[in-house]
Design a protein around this ligand. Structure first.
Ligand SMILES: Cc1cc2nc3c(=O)[nH]c(=O)nc-3n(C[C@H](O)[C@H](O)[C@H](O)COP(=O)(O)OP(=O)(O)OC[C@H]3O[C@@H](n4cnc5c(N)ncnc54)[C@H](O)[C@@H]3O)c2cc1C
Length: 282
């Protein structure tokens, strides 16, 4: 509960929202879907800036990629034909795993999830392999690669306005492999993305959740495949390197040892799924 909440503003433009945030900094917060804020024990916040009227609930396909407004709901990402078409629909799949309740997904937003998710976030994992960029406006406007955004602490009073998913080559495939139950967050999840060029792997991206602080790319495992065909032995070698690199956390429901143990097979499955998708497409 925001026990000292006194008012909610509903600005109609980004400059208006930024002026409110700047004027009352310290005692004011952005509200998107409100599903996290509703449970917040914060007693410093006195006002909220509801950003639903800023026109940020869009999914736009352009030559440079897909632009996703900050207030697009997780459920719209699950259902969007545009988002489902990109890189084997890994982003739609990840949005569906952010919350098992469709009622909450109908309200919670991409921006809210990006600001609040943690080390087990399947959404972060998907955005890492898709090499998303996050656009923020504040005193100035800038775009951050997702890995830098995730390593940064807070938005410095700025407003997250957009996520850009860069355009993909037709020969790019991706996969997301979680392990868990229907009713909980994935205990661990590996993601992989590969572009095929003349039979060999280019621009390989491998990421995994359950690392300290945030999901991480496993760069040395990517290097194992770069420029090589996606054969069984090469997949095994990359999965083994990923397993060696992975430094998991112990968190509720799964120990560090468990996550370490399953990492090899999660990465292997993600790469095998990439291979199977490529066989369908190439
Ligand atoms: C019943 C219930 C179950 C839940 N279950 C889960 C769960 O299983 N897993 C899970 O991870 N979460 C869960 N949550 C928490 C919540 O749904 C998520 O954190 C959600 O994605 C937050 O999105 P939102 O749009 O509602 O954010 P809000 O609650 O509106 O905002 C969350 C935070 O992000 C900031 N923020 C939001 N948008 C922006 C922006 N564009 N720019 C700058 N700052 C911004 C806000 O200031 C606030 O600090 C649950 C919540 C409820 C009520």
């Amino acid at each position: 509960m925001l026990s000292n909440l006194k008012g909610i503003f509903r600005p109609r433009s980004i400059p208006e929202a930024l002026a409110l945030l700047e004027k009352n900094s310290g005692s004011i917060l952005v509200m998107a879907g409100g599903t996290k804020l509703v449970k917040s024990p914060n007693d410093i916040v006195q006002e909220l800036v509801d950003i639903k009227d800023l026109g940020l609930d869009y999914i736009k396909e352009e030559s440079g990629g897909i632009r996703l407004g900050a207030t697009i709901t997780l459920q719209k990402l699950v259902e969007s034909p545009i988002v489902n078409e990109v890189a084997n629909g890994v982003l739609s799949k990840a949005a569906g795993m952010c919350n098992r309740s469709r009622m909450i997904r109908n309200v919670s937003t991409l921006g809210g999830e990006l600001v609040t998710a943690g080390p087990l976030s399947v959404l972060y994992c998907a955005l890492l392999i898709l090499q998303a960029q996050i656009r923020i406006v504040g005193g100035e406007e800038f775009a951050l690669p997702i890995n830098i955004f995730l390593n940064k602490k807070g938005l410095g009073g700025g407003l997250l306005v957009e996520t850009l998913i860069p355009a993909f080559k037709e020969t790019t495939v991706a996969a997301l492999v979680p392990i868990g139950t229907e009713s909980t967050d994935a205990l661990a999840c590996a993601g992989a993305r590969v572009t095929f060029q003349k039979g060999s792997c280019q621009n390989v991206k491998i990421a995994i959740t359950g690392c300290e602080k945030i999901p991480q790319r496993l760069h040395e495992a990517e290097v194992v495949l770069e420029g090589k065909p996606l054969t069984g032995p090469n997949i095994e070698a990359a999965a083994e390197t990923a397993h060696q690199l992975y430094r998991p956390i112990s968190a509720p429901l799964a120990s560090e040892e468990y996550r370490k143990e399953v990492s090899r097979s999660l990465v292997k499955k993600a790469l095998v799924q990439c291979l199977e998708s490529a066989e369908d497409q190439l």
